[in-house]
Design a protein around this ligand. Structure first.
Ligand code: AMP
Ligand code: ZN
Length: 429
């Protein structure tokens, strides 16, 4: 049922383990130039930690701190002890580098293997990694996890859908790792080639690395005829394998033996009330080479209350609603791109892709949403299209409280990238 007995450790024991490991993390971190400076200045030593609650004594670490210490200031070991580095995709600003020792790579692979096992992947599966390799952690991170689980692993990389299909067929691929925007594109590709997805051996897709709504998951499942499971991670905490859905599909278990998670109010820094949305803050509990303490992820979500039917004791988080720095302020109203996606994807006429554009109109900020319309709905009749346009604008206004310009475009006319999708374009400067 479980890959690792620690997945069902009773809460009390899990918290004892966390406290012990947190203390050790402080000891390890003190060997890095950055943390020795910061923790010594705050009068923190390993002895400051006797329980999980003591994490609140520790200072936050931000992305700016990582940038300021680039490249080596966060390392707790001599450089020769490291065997790999990755860098964040830089969706927001300059990239940051993360370094791994041999033990760190092994630990990460084990967490990944555990994650995949939780959503039904077994040794007998053949896993095709359809996400980019290179500095992006979704390549080698998933790859090593899949091998650790014992799956035959096909390092296909992203793009070239025709070849992906051939590999899937030739090697009887049953599991795909694919980012959601490429999954939608791939599903459309199958349609356009007249390939019945049910004729492919795929049964599971691991999707993650970028925000997506439940509606998108359902579309991926339906269009590709498989089960899709949400995968959360960030390079600063290894990469994928931080939190993962189990077969219950009701939130992602955070692997709390390896990560201490807090959800805080980003303004006050205090914990939000149980079940409320806030910013995810993470502390490494097992990393040797570059442990980070109270890292401000900027990702927004909430704890899912209650126990999971799967029996794992590690708490679950809801899907990521967006990043604190994703928030758009239009005419004084706060808007998250995921609200727009959710509304769009609930409309059957809407295709798989959309683009949000911000622009100036006189002195006013305006928002325009370009929406791909599915081929069968793209009719010649102007009035029908106008009615649809109006209906979409009204639905969006009901959700975001601002009336956006809606532009209907033919399917496949919004450019796609192989990596994480760029859904918002700011044309204001
Ligand atoms: P990177 O370190 O460049 O791979 O980017 C990590 C970021 O990608 C996270 O901080 C999230 O903002 C985003 N991300 C990763 N996985 C997910 C997911 N399953 N859902 C939503 N956003 C995600
Ligand atoms: Zn579960």
């Amino acid at each position: 049922m479980y890959f690792d007995p620690v997945e069902t450790l009773p809460r009390q024991e899990l918290e004892q383990l966390q406290a012990k490991r947190l203390k050790n993390t402080v000891a390890v971190a003190l060997n890095s130039p950055y943390y020795s400076r910061v923790l010594n200045a705050a009068g923190i030593s390993p002895d400051s930690i006797t329980s999980v609650a003591d994490v609140k004594k520790l200072p936050f670490t931000t992305k700016d701190d990582l940038r300021a210490e680039y490249p080596y200031g966060m390392l707790s070991r001599p450089l020769e002890d490291f065997i790999r580095l990755h860098a964040s995709s830089g969706t927001t600003g300059t990239p940051t580098a993360v370094f791994y020792t041999d033990e760190d790579i092994r630990e990460w692979a084990a967490l990944m293997a555990r994650s995949m096992y939780a959503c039904g992947v077994r040794k007998s599966d053949v896993l095709q990694n359809m996400s980019g390799y290179g500095l992006f952690t979704g390549g080698l991170g998933i790859h090593y996890g899949s091998e650790r689980l014992g799956c035959l692993t096909v390092p296909a990389g992203a793009g070239n859908s025709k070849r992906q299909v051939k590999l899937i067929r030739d090697f009887n691929v049953t599991v795909a790792h694919i980012i959601p925007s490429y999954a939608l594109y791939f599903a459309e590709f199958l349609q356009s080639e007249g390939i019945d997805p049910a004729s492919l051996p795929l049964r599971i897709a691991l999707i993650g690395a970028e925000p997506h709504t439940e509606e998108i998951r359902k579309r991926i499942e339906q269009m590709l005829q498989l089960k899709a499971y949400n995968s959360y991670g960030l390079s600063e905490m290894n990469g994928p394998g931080v939190a993962f859905e189990c077969t219950e599909q009701s939130g992602m278990h955070v692997w709390e033996d390896a990560f201490l998670i807090e959800i805080i109010n980003p303004e006050t820094g205090e914990d939000v009330a149980e079940g409320e949305v806030g910013e995810v803050v993470m502390t490494n509990l097992t990393r040797q080479g570059m442990p980070l303490i109270r890292y401000r992820t900027r990702d927004l979500t909430r704890f899912v209350p209650g126990d999971c039917a799967c029996g794992r004791t590690h708490r679950r988080i809801d899907r990521i609603q967006g990043r604190a720095d994703d928030m758009l302020i239009i005419k004084g109203v706060n808007i998250y791109p995921m609200q727009i996606e959710q509304t769009l994807m609930s409309l059957p006429e809407v295709g798989q892709n959309y683009l949000i554009e911000l622009f100036h109109e006189g002195t006013m900020d305006q928002i325009r949403v370009k929406v791909e319309i599915r081929e069968e709905f793209f009719v010649e009749d102007m009035r029908e299209l106008q009615a649809l346009q109006k209906r979409i604008a009204t639905r969006l206004r009901d959700e975001i409280l601002v009336t956006p310009r809606v532009e209907l475009v033919q399917s496949e006319s919004i450019p796609k990238t192989e990596g994480k999708a760029m859904r918002v374009k700011d044309l204001r400067n």
